[in-house]
Design a protein around this ligand. Structure first.
Ligand code: XIL
Length: 387
């Protein structure tokens, strides 16, 4: 890794660390005052790397008025060259009843992205979570053929609608269990209704899901995506083997995404670059698709400590640096902002402060660390090949 966190050590964090104090919620000047015209993540990104954020169209982008944008919309447009619909393309939102598609949230994301010259990462087509009740109910007695038919219709309809406008799709999401799950690391042939119906040959279904998507949108780069998939571990070993198998079968698999949901409760696995390099060596793109870093905040503690702020910045930056160091890393996406919009407080009690913007849209030290790393990676200085 190049000059790890040099800018942090010398700059942004100096005051907070020296003071040893809790960092107030508004830890930086409002964006208008702290940024020159060029000084945004999307502008500093190398030409071959998209810096993105998740955004929930249905919640945050419907009714967008370019003459009167919200603060949130202003920052989303200014900082990010890519948007991932946080929920709008998931089955429960886009396919709420059999044969009924609701594109309103997804369209809001596409419209906003078009208006601001942003790319869109599609998310997601085959997942065990956020499926509508009708899928959960019907899947109890699906034959594999019935499950295939439902999935194929969905993939062709959703991918087809946005064909040519989505640069990367998370086709299969979280299809492997973790080593701490019952049965260990193996395909989710119980929790995932489609894989369950086709448990005799789940890999064939996964391969066909990629094929259907590729047929209707040949330009989209098609990804596997998962959490706990940053470093070299038993789960990514399983993905590596699956990727080899799919590629050997001629499946149009183009990328591997590590979600990048980290927590300061755990250590940081520094093998992310090595992991990305092994997938890149298979000819795949790689990406960090959902980065955030959760901070445990005990009851009564009013925000993160200075030390937590430093670590929060370092881990965001370490993930970005790993991506910058691997020329096949095509996108780095943070999972929403500001903290008030984040999924973290809802899902992880006792953890918060996971995003790179404070609730008044002040950039946190993590933002500044990322910006500094992007600046250093400008073509000519960067180790990237300049593909
Ligand atoms: C999360 C969203 O952020 C929440 O709004 C929603 O309630 C649950 O899902 N891995 C993924 C994402 O692939 O789709 C998840 O997003 C976070 C974990």
């Amino acid at each position: 890794m190049r000059h790890p966190f040099r800018s942090l050590a010398l700059g942004v964090l100096g005051t907070a660390v020296a003071a040893g104090a809790l960092v107030p919620a508004a830890s930086a000047a409002p964006p208008e005052h702290s940024h020159g015209h060029q000084d945004t993540l999307r502008r500093q990104a190398p030409r071959d790397l998209e810096i993105g954020s998740a955004a929930w169209g249905q919640r945050d982008l419907t009714g967008y008025d370019k003459h009167d944008p919200t603060d949130y919309q202003r920052v989303l447009a200014r900082e990010f060259g890519s948007i991932t619909p946080e929920n709008d393309m998931k089955w429960a939102e886009i396919h709420p009843e059999p044969g009924v598609y609701d594109f309103s949230g997804a369209d809001a994301v596409m419209d906003f992205a078009r208006a601001h010259h942003q790319e869109v990462r599609g998310h997601t087509l085959l997942w065990h979570s956020q499926n509508p009740q009708w899928v959960i109910d019907a899947s109890d007695d699906w034959t594999c053929q019935e499950a295939r038919d439902v999935l194929e219709d969905h993939v062709r309809t959703v991918v087809g609608r946005y064909a040519g406008e989505i640069y990367e799709w998370d086709v299969a999401n979280e299809i492997f269990q973790d080593d701490w799950d019952t049965g260990g690391v193996r395909l989710r042939t119980e929790a995932n209704p489609f894989l369950k119906a086709c448990a005799e040959d789940p890999v064939a279904l996964i391969g066909d899901t990629f094929r259907w998507a590729h047929e209707v949108d040949p330009k989209a780069r098609l990804f596997l995506n998962d959490y706990n998939a940053e470093g070299v571990n038993t789960k990514t070993d399983a993905y590596y083997a699956l990727a080899q198998e799919l590629l050997a079968d001629g499946v149009p698999l183009h990328g591997f995404g590590a979600q990048g949901h980290l927590s300061l409760m755990y250590g940081f696995d520094t093998s992310i670059q090595a992991n990305f390099e092994r997938f890149a060596a298979l000819g795949l793109d790689v990406a960090v698709t959902e980065a955030d870093v959760r901070v445990p905040i005990p009851d009564g503690q009013d925000g993160p400590t200075a030390e937590q702020v430093t670590l929060h910045a370092e881990r965001h930056d370490a993930m970005l640096e790993a991506c910058l160091a691997v020329p096949s890393c095509t996108s780095f996406t943070v999972w929403g902002f500001p903290d008030a919009n984040s999924w973290v407080p809802d899902v992880f009690p006792g953890e918060d402060w996971a995003t790179i913007f404070t609730d008044d849209f002040g950039p946190k030290p993590a933002y500044h660390a990322m910006l500094a790393s992007l600046r250093e990676a400008t073509p000519g200085v960067s180790p990237r090949s300049g593909r």
